[in-house]
Design a protein around this ligand. Sequence first.
Ligand SMILES: Cc1cc2nc3c(=O)[nH]c(=O)nc-3n(C[C@H](O)[C@H](O)[C@H](O)COP(=O)(O)OP(=O)(O)OC[C@H]3O[C@@H](n4cnc5c(N)ncnc54)[C@H](O)[C@@H]3O)c2cc1C
Length: 392
Amino acid sequence: MATTDLRRFRIVGAGPTGALLALGLARQGHSVDLIDALPRQALLDRSRAYAMTHSSRRLLQRLELWSDLSPELTPFTALRLDDRATHQTAWFTLNDLNDANRKAEAIGWILDHRPLMRLLLDHLEQSPRVALRFGVADNAPFASPASVSGEWMIAADGPRSSLRERSGVLYWSHRYQQGCLTAKVRLRGAEPFTAYELFRPEGPMAVLPLGEDRYQVVWSAPISLCRDRAGSNSMELLSALTAILPEELSVTELLDRPGAFPLELSFAPRLDRHRLLLVGESGHRCHPVGGQGLNLCWRDVSDLLDLTQQLRNGVLTSRALPRRYTRRRRLDLLGVLLATDLLIRFFSNRHLLLLPLRRLALVALAQLGWLRRLSLSAMTDGPGTLLRSLPE
Ligand SMILES: Cc1cc2nc3c(=O)[nH]c(=O)nc-3n(C[C@H](O)[C@H](O)[C@H](O)COP(=O)(O)OP(=O)(O)OC[C@H]3O[C@@H](n4cnc5c(N)ncnc54)[C@H](O)[C@@H]3O)c2cc1C
């Protein structure tokens, strides 16, 4: 078997998706040019925390980054799901994980953006196969396949991808009326190692542990309300938050400047065009309910790395790779996009006809272990893995 088919990849966008993909490709022996419009410091400076699932853990372990990140990861061993309109609650615990994931002793982890990006950029800077160009926007006209022969282009430039637009890839997008407010806060009264997902008529709210009494709040609501709340003074925001949390929780301090973001459901039916591949949010975007976003992006990375490894080993041709990539990602992407959209439609209202169904859904989740295991498996490894067994 040939093992010398090494390629050059030009990745536009050094967010968490582009940076991790660059590292994975370099580790396989490929050459990588990684370009981002932002300077290095701005790439680190995003105030955001990610909820990581087991699919992301597996990828980080495969790239030998997991143990370096461990001190920065806050595990949660319980997930409380509340429907605030029907007053029903369901708990997910470690017992609801499937066997392959139970050994990791967490349902998921919360990871801050900054230590993640610092680790990725440090490794990239040390790699002889990676050339970094930060503070330079890529706005060149999309090159024809002939003029880039031998080189692969990767659009990892996020939801507003200009590379995707320049290349003419079909893209479908629906803007939600909901937006989301993110804030880091101190919280009193929370159960230790517990994450909360609260369904409220105006939109879901996630409360994610960051260690000790610090939490990240991701609060969905009509976008105008999010903007008003983000602009309100901190005392008003703290009391508004405390008023809607379960009664044993209270917010004692705001730790950063809240941000308000529009939300959308977006999807490129094909993730390839000639030698261009869309990876991460340049190819899809979903509602943050259930913290799926970055995990979905990293499953793009994981699947693409499987294929580039096959390319390197000579068991996949360059011609077959783009279609194979699109085909391999389709079920997972459609499943997550559809599931998050349905959750929002089902729970973000007070529709009288839906309330009994919602009550039933929560009661079933609270009482039926197999249903919790099935839902957690789909959430943590993607709906595609319901049909196949997981790697150890
Ligand atoms: C409020 C909110 C909360 C979220 N919470 C979670 C969560 O809890 N868990 C989770 O998994 N996900 C979460 N997400 C989603 C997560 O932030 C995204 O999935 C993730 O940032 C996508 O990474 P990316 O690298 O694909 O894109 P981005 O992070 O958007 O990175 C794109 C990069 O491309 C660069 N770029 C753009 N255009 C150009 C150009 N022309 N030339 C060069 N560079 C360019 C940008 O500077 C940027 O650095 C959340 C998102 C939001 C909005």
